[in-house]
Design a protein. Sequence first.
Lengths: 324, 305
Amino acid sequence: MHFHRRPSWHIPEREVTPERVFLDRRAVLAGLGFAGVAAASGLGVARPAAARPAGEAWTPAPPLDPAYADAGRAITPEAVSGSYNNFYEFGTHKGIADAAQKLPSDPWTLQIEGHAARAGEIGLEDLLAKMPVQERVYRHRCVEAWSMVVPWIGFPLAELVKWAEPTSAAKYVRFETLSDEKTMPGIRQSWYPWPYVEGVTIEEALNPLPFMVTGAYGKVLPKQFGAPIRLHLPWKYGFKSAKSVIRISFVEEQPMGFWQELQGSEYGFWANVNPEFSHPRWSQAQERVLGTGDEAPTVIWNGYGEEVAGLYKDMDLSKRGLWF
Amino acid sequence: MTPAAAARPDAWRRMAGDWSPWHDRGGRLSPLRGGVFALALAPGLWLALALAGAFGPLALGAEPIHEAEHLTGLWALRFLLLSLALTPLRRITGWGRLAQVRRMIGLTAFAYAAAHFGLYAVEQQLQPLRIASEIVQRLYLAIGFTALLAFAALAATSFDRAIRRLGANWRRLHRLAYAIAVLGLAHYALQEKLDVAEPAFLFGLFAALMLHRTPLGLAPGRAFPEARILGAAILAAALTAFSEYAWHATLTGLPAERILAANLDLAAGRPAVLVLAAAAIPALIPLGRRLLSLARPREIAHEAR
Ligand code: HEM
């Protein structure tokens, strides 16, 4: 059953925004055999040019993965999604887009650490050259009960993990966000446990769904989304998807996330989207769909159960709500 | 206007005095009341226009209803605190006419609280069962709802006839305003994700106002008003810092000691520091008066009379 393609919240065609037009162009490329799946064989891999500033057009356009061409809902206009960002390094409210333009996203180096054969440093451009860069349209569900749909450019996290060659000692993958006091005013709020950390199990990381995002809306990733490279885990609440990642570690212990450390009763390690399990202050049964004024029912695993439900088949859903 | 009232201009004046927001009780045009009325309407008017899209689709951000819900909640609390500030302000300025705007400001606070609840109801798709079940399940909503009920009781008894009929009980009933402020502040703090700096700031202002209702505070005939204002500001700031510390030490995972220590960094603009500044500034009025009266004793003494 293609759960994520026949969702209850499917929107009628007439509500689809003009962004569809730009995606259709990609869909043609995909149809011509440039799909992300083909990327593994080396075909149709979009190679980014050398370092480019955030927000610039991503050329040539990467192929659109046909499995994720349509999120079942209109793409959220960039003016909306790009002005509503939880990015505490730049401020505790969501209007941080202007402040985030100071983020030093170019050039960028990733540290690969821990139990992996390829532990070491790699420049983002070098990494991108090795990865099957593609476009995927994902639904994003924030723990605050709002959601959006964004066409990301990036590559599957699984490809990065395979390339890094983790050893059997690696049980979790830990992501760390840049923490730079000079450009990020939030870091001066010394009572937060900077840097921002998040993590997933190695099994979750090897699932094809997690996406390392380096672009959005056909552009090099605008800074407020977490330039130049961020994680997106579309079946988990948004805070799990660390922004502006500088360090990826293969570790034995479950990493302690930024929010989990601050308020474990509200922000668990798993944080899988689950309409049955309320936040202490609000129901998670519905979500406010950004840019529409409408509400939609929230679906377990944010509708990506086909891809990820198997990861949790041994867990007791009723007790843990996939939360802790 | 009835023909009889038209025939008697006095009757019209009295009616205007009772009901018109820009007349005083004597039916004279009152710039003070008119100005406060405009001030009371302005945020609501702006919000209504913004919701109607008059300032573009993103004037209220990506979630306009949600943002408007937050802003109306804030204005409700701000106007409520302003209504509680009138007595101390009157004592500082000696401006007795401030009493003429108290009811208007209180009703404004209620109107914003009612709009706040209305917006919440819209956000919950106007489904009564859903709204009720949320209110009973979430402590912060139950607190807000209690505050709103009390608020409604005050609004319903804010008309001349009710005031006359309730007599001494009216004053007792309307002391609920303090309880509403406490509940509103608790509701505000509880709905925060983690950092309670903003509710702590309003809490500090409320604490300063309450201190002026103790023997330490301002009152007619008490000496050294500037010292009393300053003292209340310092105490309120200390209470703010302590409450913020206690909140985080018991309710959140934020390191409470660090937040307490951050108060020493004045530039960080922590709530205790802002409370100190905001609650101390009115001391300039009696201080200025005193300096002026030292310079020109007779003239000022004459004016004050
Ligand atoms: C039935 C009554 C009420 C309901 C259902 C209600 C509901 C809410 C909700 C849903 C929020 C936002 C929470 C969030 O986004 O996490 C909120 C915030 C707030 N409410 Fe209420 N509320 C009620 C009564 C009141 C009253 C009576 C006051 C004031 C005296 C008040 C003042 C506030 C304030 C100041 C905020 C925070 C605004 C901000 O974000 O800065 N509320 N309320």
